[in-house]
Design a protein around this ligand. Structure first.
Ligand code: MRU
Length: 318
């Protein structure tokens, strides 16, 4: 089974600290909604489904401590703006009696793994034998309850076809691909090669990619997809070179309240993430624009893969 990001143990929530992976395996303890929201905001845990599940546990922690649940919801909701799973998870628990919140959070966690495995099977059925895949960001077990969304499709496909290969885009500036996806794939000996993001065009031009696989942080009703910065660039390239572009989309990431991608809030992150890395600074004084996500228009997407099969915006909006 794949690596774990979220654990409930001895009355606390424990999150693997993704800021120090893959060099160190450290766990951060959360004891209430405040500490849980801080862990989400500080990137201890990341990935749309994972932060939704984490928020659900955060609410359960607050209930056990007898805290103010309305305030807790607001604090959790404010921790990161783009991934809609955070709001989805809190909405799902809105009518849950406080005494049942922990069981409900655990159930949401378990359901997410089953959803990913189902999405994995649907996605795997789209891929040719010996598929040459390109993956962006981290969408694996660490970014979800377990198994993964786009990386879950890779996992499911690889169980049937060990001859597939994954190009792992490093995903500047936060390096989720280089630090987390590459590590997850290595743990299971799934064949992969790490590339700088700027290599994608030449790979596609040489026919080295059959399909691009990405996850999503929020999908608008018209099918526009907010996902990790760089996703739009890959979708434009895929269109240019006739490469399939698949979005792994659990239903919890579809936001029917958002008509188009233009309404999706995009998180702007700290300049230091672009100016350097882990204490080494190479561009201290230059102004920086550091959006964490971009929006890919629906017209560039070949298919949205959900736990129930393929989704199309027209079908769903009808
Ligand atoms: O900023 P992050 O690391 O939380 O961003 C994660 C992503 O954008 C993932 O690609 C996304 O959540 C896909 S689904 C796991």
């Amino acid at each position: 089974m794949s690596v774990e990001a979220i654990r409930w143990k001895d009355g606390s929530l424990w999150l693997i600290d993704q800021r120090v992976l893959p060099h160190d395996e450290a766990w951060v303890q959360c004891t209430d909604a405040q500490s849980t929201a801080k862990a989400i905001a500080d990137m201890v845990v990341r990935g749309a489904p994972a932060i939704g599940i984490t928020a659900a546990y955060g609410l359960a922690l607050e209930a056990r401590a007898g805290g103010d649940l309305d305030l807790a919801r607001d604090v959790l909701l404010a921790s990161r703006p783009t991934a809609v799973n955070l709001r989805w998870a809190l909405d799902e628990l809105a009518d849950c009696p406080p005494s049942d919140l922990l069981d409900a959070a655990r159930q949401m966690h378990a359901d997410d793994i089953a959803i990913n495995q189902s999405m994995g099977a649907h996605g795997a059925s789209l891929l040719p034998k010996g598929a040459k895949l390109y993956h962006h960001c981290n969408t694996g077990a660490l970014a979800t309850g377990g198994w993964g969304t786009a990386l879950g499709i890779v996992r499911s496909a690889w169980l049937e076809d060990a001859s597939l290969h994954v190009w792992v885009g490093e995903t500047r500036p936060y390096l989720q691909g280089a630090r987390l996806t590459a590590w997850e794939l290595e743990q299971e000996s799934i064949p992969c090669t790490l590339v700088a993001d700027s290599v994608a065009a030449s790979l596609m031009a040489r026919g080295e990619v059959d399909a691009v696989l990405v996850g999503c942080d929020r999908v608008a009703a018209n099918g526009d997809v907010a996902n990790k910065i760089g996703t739009l660039m890959l979708a434009v390239l895929a269109k240019r070179y006739g490469v399939a572009f698949y979005v792994a989309m659990p239903s919890s990431t579809l936001d029917m309240r958002c008509p188009t991608g233009a309404e999706i809030p995009i998180e702007e992150r700290d300049a230091s993430e672009v100016q350097g890395h882990r204490g080494v600074t190479w561009a201290a004084n230059v102004p920086v624009h550091n959006p964490a996500f971009d929006v890919t228009p629906a017209e560039l997407i070949t298919a949205w893969v959900t736990e129930n099969g393929l989704w199309t915006p027209t079908e769903s909006a009808a």
